[in-house]
Design a protein around this ligand. Structure first.
Ligand code: BG6
Length: 525
């Protein structure tokens, strides 16, 4: 395997690159701009997301000196906790998330955290919250800048938003204040509920205050799609139907529902992953270059892709969709439970834990190129990637035994694990004759830049606090995505077709057939 990861070919060139980067950083401090002083309020403060993702991300931003000197964190939740208990629980989960916690930094960080107990549907609780926030502004100099994060179960989003409005927490009360609202996914469960949530939010907040989060957009390799496509001159000429044969987008998980059976039963793979993460990956892969990297220009282009997305047969969407559910299976000599064995799952559940689908992007660039998407729980491996399969060379000039046609080149954008890229190409096998074999020219973030990439939430929380919504979804984007899913969701509710696949496998055989009918095969990453 050829590896192009270190500055080895021409050290002088690389020295220039590093020097340029250093000079650029000095001249462009705005990239590292620390947000204004602020209070970060987490609704669902005792929940899993706050503990596993949000507070670890805020702590890491603090240790990376990316938080303002004056900031406070308020956890709001239904359970009873005092501040010390709350802080201690957070410390344990920050540690458990893999972030290194140092006593001195933690003590300062913990002093900034407090807990407010209340009910989401209770106006009084929000008045109490407003008093706490005013007091924090005075004591901590947070200047009436507030971020509200909806990390509760989605069924209380509307209550929280409404009560923020009633308590007049939706607008700043001082001249230089500001208020932002971050909304965790799932944003609705179909088009009607997404529209109604948008409506309810817009009654209280202006769209410019709203940040709908999809954590896949915070992943390094996902953001790298912009750079790969629009900063490197070599890809644009071939990034279209003339050179691309098909695109495969995979988000495979080896774990099951991990104690979230109750939530997952109502969601399923289409709502949980396809409508959000997979469609986002597709839009970034297929979009036109935006004229500038600004929130609206980027999102305009993404919405155009979603608008152009089509099922191969609009009257029969399920002909290009395969759903599945995992049964018991084996991996590494271990017995893996089936979906029905999971906690919180009904013994007769028909919820899909796997979905594969084929779409076309019906526009000039992509006409006729299939985009295959798949995602599932308890698959053979945890891997997320976008694979661009290029058309084969038209003629095999070597008398090569098995290969009557040259193999396709594939560009793989690996999102996780081992985030990076690889370009697969054929090379001559050393020795006599002219035998060929595929090799990967690859790059891995951790080798090239040292260390693991920051967690997606760090980037997204920082962007929201700074007021940059480029990596967040807009009203029309989320509604267009749900509109596309509607025929699939409606058809699936009338269908009994739910093939089983063994836990630890690559999904149901029917998903293989979906590609085989086009003469393609899923990659086995
Ligand atoms: C979440 C889904 O949005 O993404 C989960 O609700 C899923 O079911 C998770 O496991 C996957 O995220 P990641 O970053 O681990 O790929």
């Amino acid at each position: 395997m050829a590896s192009v990861v270190t500055p080895s070919i021409d050290e002088d060139i690389w020295q220039d690159v590093w020097d340029e980067e250093r000079a650029w950083r000095e001249e462009n401090p705005v990239q590292e701009k620390v947000p204004d002083p602020l209070t970060f309020v987490i609704f669902g403060g005792t929940g899993d997301l706050a503990h596993r993702k949000l507070v670890p991300a805020l702590y890491s931003l603090t240790t990376s000196k990316l938080m303002p000197t004056q900031f406070a964190i308020v956890g709001f939740g239904r359970s009873d906790r005092d501040n010390d208990e709350y802080r201690q629980g957070l410390r344990e989960s920050v540690q458990a998330s893999g972030v290194r916690v140092q006593d001195s930094t933690w003590d300062d960080f913990a002093q900034r955290i407090c807990y407010v107990q209340g009910r989401y549907d209770d106006e009084m609780s929000f008045s109490a919250l407003a008093e706490t926030l005013d007091r924090i502004d005075i004591e901590s100099g947070t200047e009436n800048h507030r971020v509200f994060y909806l990390a509760t179960p989605p069924d209380v989003y509307a209550d929280v938003v409404h009560n923020l409005g009633t308590a007049q927490l939706n607008q700043p009360s001082q001249e230089n204040g500001w208020v932002k609202l971050i909304v965790e996914k799932p944003f609705g469960r179909d088009l009607a509920t997404a529209r109604s949530l948008n409506h309810c939010i817009h009654e209280v907040f202006d769209e410019s205050q709203v940040y709908r989060i999809d954590h896949y957009l915070g992943k390094e390799t996902v953001q790298n799609i912009f750079v790969l496509r629009f900063i490197n001159g070599i890809f644009e000429p071939i990034w279209n139907r003339n050179y691309v044969d098909n695109v495969q987008i995979t988000a495979a998980e080896s774990l099951g529902v991990e104690g979230r059976g109750g939530y997952y039963e109502k969601a399923g793979a289409i709502r949980d992953m396809m409508e959000s993460h997979l469609l986002q990956l597709l839009t970034l892969t297929a979009m036109e270059p935006p004229p500038a990297f600004t929130a609206d220009k980027v999102r305009d282009e993404k919405v155009k892709v979603l608008d152009a997305l089509e099922y191969p047969d609009e009257h029969h969407p399920m002909r290009s969709v395969v759903r599945g559910q995992y049964g018991r299976g084996m991996a590494d000599g271990r017995m893996l439970p089936g979906y029905h064995d999971e906690e919180g799952v009904a013994p007769v559940s028909r919820t899909e834990t796997y979905v594969a689908a084929k779409f076309f992007v019906d526009n000039w660039r992509w006409a006729g190129v299939p985009f295959y998407l798949r995602t599932g729980k308890r698959l053979a491996k945890r891997v997320s990637e976008i694979a661009i399969q290029f058309r084969r060379a038209p003629h095999m000039f070597l008398p090569d035994g098995k290969a009557s046609r040259p193999r396709s080149n594939v560009l793989v954008l690996r999102i996780q694990p081992d985030d990076g890229m690889a370009l697969r190409m054929e090379v001559k096998v050393p020795g006599p004759g002219m035998r060929v074999r595929p090799v990967d020219m690859s790059f891995m973030y951790k080798e090239a830049f040292g260390g693991a990439s920051p967690d997606a939430y760090q980037r997204l929380l920082l962007d929201a606090m700074r007021g940059d919504s480029t990596l967040f979804t807009r009203t029309d984007e989320v509604e267009t995505a749900w509109a596309l899913m509607t025929p699939m969701l409606e058809a699936q509710s009338n269908s009994d077709d739910l093939p089983m696949y063994p836990a630890g496998s690559w999904g149901p055989a029917e998903a293989d057939a979906l590609l085989e009918q086009d003469g393609h095969r899923w990659r086995k990453p």
